[in-house]
Design a protein around this ligand. Structure first.
Ligand code: SF4
Length: 336
């Protein structure tokens, strides 16, 4: 759970019960509070990027969600559900660093009912089943105790036959979700990696064992599950190490009678991301040498550096063969 050292509250958030309750809670807990006229955090005492990131990662912003135009969200869903923005974690390869480098705060919203009303509007607009992603620009679990935004969303989607909900997390505070009636309409995915990679790059996140234990609890409560294995770093011994991770998953979830979906994502970077990573983590050991990679043009005019085709092909074959051995209840959604 995220325990902020600084709290920023947008004045308008106090028009909502949740905003007032959170203000009272942080006053009781003696966390310094600063009021904001708008939903932008201004007046930080430093412009130094590293110090700004450190402060941002320890700050919680309590805000009113204004834009209710949901972004599309391929490949995991049709739309993003904007419940939280930002994350307390500090993973060296996190793309939120690029997206929110100027405002690296975790922001929660007090008008969750309005956000869910808008989701209802999107469901009615489309034919068929509409899927919403609750973690496109955040990890929502560490702030769930403050908002119950996931709980409200899970119950909202449970009652709707034409919608499904999904979110991904690296965190293990899932107990408050166990008792909810979810109607199997929410798939919770855990982002996993090798213990050595978690230790080296995923600062302020729980261990692999804790993530697996949290997923087991959810499985016992009949939630559909998934795992994202990312980023796959293809360095010496990767087959043996990722093979061991898949064996560990097969063993821990052998009781599962429902389908567990895997998403497998190889490591990639843009030059903009590389610059930010090197500024924030100057001693990083992430493999960021363009000459080892192939340049791939991106959808929005910027390109990324991915592993060469032959390496990706070997990786695909490895995961396909290995997952086929794990049994019928395991499937791969995509490998990229
Ligand atoms: S836990 Fe996820 S969202 Fe948070 S910093 Fe790490 S990669 Fe980013």
């Amino acid at each position: 759970m995220f325990k902020p050292q600084y709290v920023y509250i947008e004045e308008q958030a106090l028009d909502y019960d949740l905003g007032r309750q959170l203000r009272d809670r942080f006053l009781r807990e003696k966390v310094p509070i600063k009021m904001l006229k708008s939903n932008r955090v201004t007046g930080l005492p430093t412009n130094n990027v590293v110090e700004r990131q450190r402060q941002g990662k320890n700050s919680l912003v309590i805000s009113v969600r204004r834009s209710l135009k949901f972004q599309t969200c391929k490949p995991s869903a049709h739309y993003q559900l904007p419940l939280v923005t930002g994350c307390m974690g500090n993973c060296e390869y996190c793309y939120l660093q690029t997206r929110f480098s100027k405002q690296p705060f975790t922001k929660i919203y007090v008008n969750i009912d309005k956000i869910l009303d808008k989701a209802q509007w999107y469901i009615e607009e489309r034919e068929g089943i509409t899927i919403f992603e609750g973690a496109a620009v955040s990890d929502p679990i560490p702030v769930e105790e403050y908002t119950q935004a996931l709980a409200k969303s899970i119950e909202f989607f449970a009652a709707n036959e034409r919608a499904r909900f999904t979110f991904v997390t690296k965190y293990d505070d899932v107990d408050s979700l166990l008792k909810l009636s979810h109607n199997r309409h929410t798939r919770i995915r855990f982002s996993l990696n090798l213990p050595s990679i978690i230790k080296k790059y995923e600062h302020r996140t729980p261990s692999l064992a804790k993530r697996i234990a949290a997923a087991q609890k959810l499985l016992k409560h009949d939630y559909p599950l998934g795992f994202i294995i990312a980023p796959i770093i293809l360095k010496h011994g990767w087959q043996k190490n990722y093979g061991a991770l898949l064996d560990q998953l097969a063993e821990n979830f052998k009781e599962s009678s429902s389908q567990i979906v895997l998403e497998i994502i190889s490591h990639r970077f843009t030059l903009k991301a590389k610059d930010i990573i090197l500024a924030l983590h100057p001693d990083t050991e992430l493999p960021l040498d363009e000459s080892d990679r192939k340049f791939k043009y991106g959808q929005f005019g910027y390109g990324k550096y991915v592993y060469p085709k032959e390496k990706i092909k070997t990786m695909e074959e490895f995961f396909q063969n290995k997952v086929a051995e794990m049994g019928d209840n395991w499937s791969i959604k995509y490998i990229i």
